[in-house]
Design a protein around this ligand. Structure first.
Ligand code: NI
Length: 174
């Protein structure tokens, strides 16, 4: 947090299935796995392009130590995303961010969203989702518009250190 790249509006990807795009996604995946993230956006590794990845591959059965109670979210590469709320209902939930290490905050998000975009090969992605899945997508896509979750916290009483709010959880390297 504080890096200028995290505050920019990222540029759309224009060419799919390129060596550079595959390398970017591999670097994001390595970083996400290393840091036990639920998702990551390209600006978080210093690349101002509209690329996010989130979720866990089916082959990886381990529970994410940073979000042990979360519903499973399928591993997804989402490029040039368009996120549309479905209905007005919002819900509060705890969030953290690999760019804001050691912290957690309660953030309101739309309960249900539709999202569309492309994978790294240019195939369309189109889903209607709710709950934690919807929260992760909103959080990651915010990164593409220079928005970090602390900017969305409504009551700063609920922004603080992970190990103070959740003393019994092991956040590992967070
Ligand atoms: Ni984040």
């Amino acid at each position: 947090m504080g890096e200028p790249c995290l505050l920019l509006r990222a540029k759309p990807v224009e060419k799919f299935d390129t060596e550079a795009l595959h390398q970017l996604i591999q670097d994001m995946e390595d970083t996400m796995q290393d840091m036990h993230g639920a998702g990551i956006a390209a600006p978080q590794i210093g690349v101002s392009e509209r690329v996010v990845i989130f979720g866990q591959k089916a082959s990886d059965q381990t529970i994410n130590p940073r979000y042990p109670d979360a519903d499973a979210v399928p591993y997804t590469v989402l490029i040039n995303p368009v996120v549309t709320p479905v209905g007005d209902a919002m819900e509060d939930g705890w969030e953290g961010c690999l760019s804001v290490p050691g912290m957690r905050g309660i953030v309101p998000r739309y309960m249900r969203i539709h999202y569309a975009g492309f994978d790294q090969f240019g195939n369309p992605v189109d889903r209607l989702v709710r709950g934690f899945h919807a929260r992760v997508v909103q959080h990651e896509c915010d990164h593409l518009d220079g928005v970090l979750y602390p900017m969305r916290i409504q009551d700063l009483k609920y922004f603080g250190f992970s190990d103070v709010f959740f003393p019994n959880q092991d956040f590992q390297d967070d």
